[in-house]
Design a protein around this ligand. Structure first.
Ligand code: CO
Length: 147
């Protein structure tokens, strides 16, 4: 199968332009922040909390994308359960940028993908939603509006 290189990648009809971040769930945010800073020279953002999602978040910034470090605030949360299964941490999701989350959401549904929620405001104030990994080759995918 030939895949054409293009600026805008068509994913099931969704227009995504880049990988916004790759998220890694970690048991200890401060240790992970030091690791990305000390070992890779990444600029690290100040940690924030998303109590609704039950996570503390910091970003390790690279020239072409970011690593989103996620530490669960409680055991009973999506990231908490992930850490229970993967105590030393692991890749949690990949986030793609889109210009229009509403449109990406309806296009995803129309193409047999399974959005896990309606687009909702993320920690950075941009609408986002996740796609169920069953239809995405096992990878949890986040689609976030850029801006
Ligand atoms: Co994310």
């Amino acid at each position: 199968m030939q895949i054409e290189k293009s600026q805008d990648i068509e994913l099931g009809g969704m227009k995504v332009s880049s990988v916004a971040h790759i998220a890694v769930a970690v048991p200890d945010l401060e240790k992970a922040m030091s690791f990305y800073h000390d070992r890779f020279g990444a600029k690290i953002s100040a940690p924030t909390e998303n109590t609704a999602q039950g996570v503390r978040i910091a970003f390790a910034e690279f020239s072409n994308t970011k690593i989103e470090l996620l530490q669960p605030l409680k055991k009973v949360s999506p990231v908490g359960r992930f850490i229970e299964r993967n105590p030393s941490g692991g890749i949690h999701h990949i986030c793609f940028s889109t210009e229009d989350a509403e449109s990406a959401h309806s296009t995803a549904e129309a193409n047999g993908l399974r959005p896990l929620q309606m687009p909702e405001q993320g920690v950075h104030g941009h609408p986002l939603f996740f796609l169920h990994p069953k239809e995405t080759f096992g990878a949890l995918i986040e689609i976030e509006e850029s801006g």
